[in-house]
Design a protein around this ligand. Structure first.
Ligand code: DAH
Length: 366
């Protein structure tokens, strides 16, 4: 047995002398690893007679326990030493800036809606929302588009298979105009609101996506006329584009829910391949571009919404938010708005801290 004692003492000495985790591991493998010498001795126990085993087993087991305990103790000592070393040498400099965390951006569509809400709020407009899953009465009928109205076909509507409890067809709203009806019915008159939100049409190419965004506007009061409409749009667009030279042209048009209806054009020129708004579209080098639809709210719509058109009248408008964002911030492909490409969002997005305010400048870039 002196053989065993010598080998054990050699192993314990090697453990004590191991000064790295690798060195310790090598000693461990050599002694108690699968092919280690202690493991080999343990295997011989199975082949011994009971008497022989009774005689030799305790010393072998004790050797195994002694080696295992010594390795665990050495490991612990190494860890403690390492911790002591770190505590002694590593310091934490609290004056250093913390590492930058990945930060998301505010989508240009959200930013533009916030900018418009801020500008309109200054003129006394509240923000209203309505459901995106709408019924055909609010989306069409109450807006003076009855069942057989040709304008219904123009909207490329997404319909749901089931009707609602009142037998109305359900659809994804094709415009924000139903919020006009809901607001008048819920709150009566006078009304001064904008309604930003998503709208849906079965349409898809470089300038059309099946989902896009509009802002609706509605003013209902007494003695409201087209002059109020023009002044409001001019004031808002000047604030939005941050240019005093925005010039609008009102052109006769047709919408079922307004009478008279006007298409609003804005003057622009092309500078370095980009459309820059400003100036009259009739000025040299300039042209007009169609910006939004509007008009005086049709008396039938006011009546559908439960108000007396002899007493109340007003104006309404609807404008594409995505278009406004493209014009203001210079993107040229609408589809990229909804691809979710993180590089596009980092480039065109806004800091969440850059809240649009009239005093701070709506839409100042981060
Ligand atoms: N709802 C129209 C559309 O989506 C836009 C529109 C035009 C809204 C004229 C209005 C309006 O409120 O007066 O095409």
């Amino acid at each position: 047995m002196t053989d065993l004692t010598t080998r054990r003492d050699d192993t314990l000495a090697a453990i004590a002398a191991a000064d790295t985790a690798d060195a310790l591991e090598a000693v461990r493998v050599e002694a108690v690893g699968k092919q280690g010498w202690v493991s080999a001795l343990l295997k011989t126990l199975g082949k011994m007679t009971p008497d022989e085993r009774q005689e030799k087993a305790p010393a072998i087991q004790q050797t195994r326990t002694a080696v295992a305990d010594a390795i665990a103790a050495r490991k612990q000592a190494m860890n403690d030493a390492e911790l002591d070393r770190k505590l002694a040498t590593e310091t934490l400099d609290l004056s250093l800036p913390s590492p930058a965390l990945p930060r998301g951006t505010v989508h240009p569509v959200s930013q533009v809606m916030d900018e418009l809400a801020e500008i309109f709020a200054d003129l006394g407009f509240a923000v209203k929302t309505g459901p995106e899953v709408e019924d055909d009465w609010h989306n069409f009928t109450a807006l003076n588009m009855d069942e057989n109205h040709p304008a219904r076909a123009m909207h490329d509507t997404f319909y749901f298979p089931d009707k609602d409890g009142e037998g109305r067809s359900m659809l994804l709203r094709t415009h924000t105009s139903p919020v006009q009806i809901r607001t008048m019915m819920d709150e009566g008159a006078p009304v001064r609101i904008i309604a930003p939100g998503r709208v849906y049409r079965s349409d898809s190419d470089a300038t059309h996506t099946p989902m896009f965004h509009q802002v609706e506007g509605l003013v209902i009061d007494k003695d409201i006329h087209l002059g109020h409409l023009k002044w409001t749009l001019e004031t808002v667009l000047k604030a939005f584009f941050q240019r005093d030279d925005i010039v609008l042209r009102l052109r006769p048009s047709y919408f079922p829910f307004t009478e008279p209806s006007v298409e609003v054009d804005v003057g622009f020129e092309v500078v370095k391949g980009r459309r820059i708004l400003g100036g009259s579209g009739d000025a040299p080098g300039h042209a007009w571009m169609e910006l939004l639809g509007s008009g005086m709210v049709n008396a039938r719509v006011i009546a559908f919404a439960g108000l007396d058109p002899a007493e109340w009248q007003g104006f309404a408008f609807g404008v594409g938010v995505d278009r406004l964002a493209m014009l203001k911030y210079g993107m040229d492909d609408l589809r990229a708005f909804f691809d979710g490409d993180i590089r596009w969002l980092q480039h065109y997005g806004f800091s969440a801290y850059d809240q649009p305010t009239l005093s701070g400048g709506v839409g100042a870039r981060a």
